[in-house]
Ligand binder design. Structure first.
Ligand code: 5AD
Ligand code: SF4
Length: 556
């Protein structure tokens, strides 16, 4: 059998990136070979995002391009994975007959079988049709026969009693020392129960379920054994994590993920904490203590209301947990927050930020707390006053960065069905730009506050500037990358300094010069750096110490 080639493009959030990694691992194990361009791939897959219309439009335009190719090369199999497959379902196939396979985020474990089926069916259709049909007739026939929808939305409501096959996808993750960049995502919860009125995620990713803690720790251990030193735990509302061992269900020898109890909100500690429960704080502590090779442990995205002091204490008391929180506010107006069904007021949100800062902001020991947020501009009914309140919230929160987007009505959400999208697009755009401008000034100020401080920096590779400089140099292979940056620079005979880039635990970018001879072995290490310059959002540092003792010491 000839090897089938696959092109996979990912849109959207970190959860999608992880899904793509897992799917790619499963397909590689079955002999598929991944290629970097779609043009000659036998299978073209898009892992899609439905959070905003813009993300969906991009996929639609990709599908238009691949449609042209499929007219000429009808053997090509096209798959839409992820949230669009779940949200649009068969409607997508009706409108876009180029699509052969649909697979929602809750059904990705089935993708290898779906794909195999699709490839074989296409071959059979093409063999049957004489002469071979290079046109639309072949396309629509294939779509109808092959399409299978995810259909998993909120199916997971009964997961405690049903086998969760998706867990097998996470568990089968292939980890090798060469296919990661020193850093990795690990899923701890899937889905979301919040039903913010604007958001499609609870409809596409289903109910919130929590993975068994042993599975998570074991995955971290395997990643660490393969050389990963930075792990980001993922969940839509990551701090909701809780696993009740007394209620655990085992099927076929495998402990199943568990639907968590709903939170009453506003708790200062997980009220279920105890011997029989692994709380989010417990989980962080376990990973920190049991896998000390992970030198940076982060988590995203946090839900602001349900953030206990127990979690803040664990972060404060465990040196390898990063003092970085991504806690979206979405709006600075109570009226809007209520319409969004966010479940907290601006006052409560700011009280949380103050509490987090009181626990975690310690610039005097080189460990400032940095915050990131999300804001939506022009939600239904938003007035100028509401908008000004959002700008004021940015001023008060002082995020290091914020993801700011115009409200995009999403079919299937409560806001789409029950609220009027009454802010004209040009007003949305203006408000969005005002929020962006305020945030960019604040981001620069936050960077400036770091001037003169001494921070730990994880070295990721050569800086963009260095890479460009080196591109014209002698041919060489860019082999290793860390955090997306090349770690191996084309060989150049002369000595001298090179510019490298790393990140602080608060996710700030730092550039620094080192001697070329020392540069390679620094990648993936943590160095102590004094910040002596700032330009825009980037810091410039000079090295004080090659390996910072705080994280190097193995405690076990
Ligand atoms: N329109 C605009 N932004 C949205 N987000 C979620 N849904 C929408 C929408 N319909 C944003 C929120 C969320 C982030 C992932 O995307 O800010 O935190
Ligand atoms: Fe969407 Fe709200 Fe859930 Fe976040 S918490 S994924 S915004 S519904």
């Amino acid at each position: 059998m000839t090897t089938r080639t696959v092109y996979l493009e990912t849109f959207g959030c970190q959860m999608n990136e992880l899904d793509s990694e897992l799917v790619a691992g499963a397909l590689k194990a079955l002999g598929y070979r991944f290629v970097p361009e779609p043009d000659h791939a036998d299978v073209v897959l898009y892992n899609t995002c439905s959070v905003r219309d813009h993300a969906e439009q991009k996929v639609r335009s990709r599908l238009g391009e691949v449609r042209d190719r499929k007219m000429r090369e009808p053997h090509v199999v096209v798959g839409v994975l992820g949230c669009m497959a779940e949200r649009d379902g068969e409607d997508l196939i009706r409108r876009m007959p180029v699509v052969d396979v649909l697979c929602g985020p809750g059904e990705l474990d089935k993708l290898p079988a779906l794909l195999d089926n699709a490839v074989r069916t296409r071959e059979a259709i093409l063999a049957d049709d004489a002469p071979p049909p290079p046109g639309l007739r072949g396309l629509s026939a294939s779509a109808r026969e092959i399409a299978l929808q995810g259909g998993a939305s909120r199916r997971s409501g009964t997961l405690a009693a049903a086998q969760d096959n998706l867990e097998l996808l996470d568990l089968s993750r292939s980890v090798s020392p060469t296919d990661h960049r020193g850093t990795a995502y690990v899923r701890i919860t899937r889905g979301c129960n919040k039903f913010c009125t604007y958001c499609v995620v609870p409809h596409t990713r289903g109910a919130e379920v929590h993975r068994p803690p042993d599975h998570i720790v074991e995955e971290c251990r395997r990643l660490a054994d393969a050389g990963v030193i930075e792990v980001t735990l993922l969940g839509q509302t990551v701090n909701h994590y809780r696993f009740e061992h007394g209620a655990a269900v085992t099927i076929g020898g495998l402990v199943q993920p568990q639907k968590g109890r709903s939170y009453a909100g506003g708790h200062r500690r997980d009220p279920f904490a105890g011997e029989a429960v692994t709380t989010f704080a417990d989980l962080l502590r376990r990973i920190h203590d049991e896998v000390p090779e992970i030198r940076r442990l982060r988590f995203v995205t946090s839900y602001p209301r349900d953030f206990g002091d127990d979690v803040l204490e664990v972060i404060r008391d465990h040196p390898r947990i990063c003092r970085y929180l991504h806690v979206p506010a979405q709006s600075g107006s109570d009226r809007m927050l209520e319409r969004m069904n966010r479940g907290y007021t601006v006052g409560e949100y700011l009280e949380f930020l103050d509490r987090a800062r009181a626990y975690l902001h310690q610039p005097e020991i080189g460990r400032p707390l940095t915050l990131a947020g999300d804001m939506i501009a022009g939600f239904c009914g938003e007035t100028e006053e509401d908008h000004r309140a959002s700008v004021a919230l940015l001023e008060r929160a002082r995020y290091k960065n914020a993801f700011i987007f115009k409200y995009s009505p999403r079919p299937g959400t409560t806001a789409f069905d029950r609220l009027i999208d009454d802010v004209p697009d040009e007003v949305k755009r203006r408000r969005n730009n005002e929020l962006l401008a305020a945030q960019s000034r604040i981001s620069e100020e936050v960077s400036r506050e770091m001037l003169g401080s001494t921070l730990e920096v994880m070295v990721e590779g050569f800086s963009e500037r260095q890479r460009k400089r080196s591109e014209s140099a002698a041919a060489g292979v860019v082999g290793l990358t860390v955090g997306g940056r090349s770690a191996v620079e084309p060989e150049r005979p002369e000595s001298g300094s090179v510019q490298m880039t790393g990140r602080t635990e608060g996710d700030l970018i730092v550039h620094f010069d080192v001697d070329r001879s020392e540069s390679k072995q620094m990648v993936g290490s943590i160095v102590l750096m004094r910040v002596d310059g700032v330009s825009g959002l980037s810091l410039f540092g000079s090295m004080i110490d090659v390996d910072s003792p705080a994280r190097v010491v193995r405690e076990h």
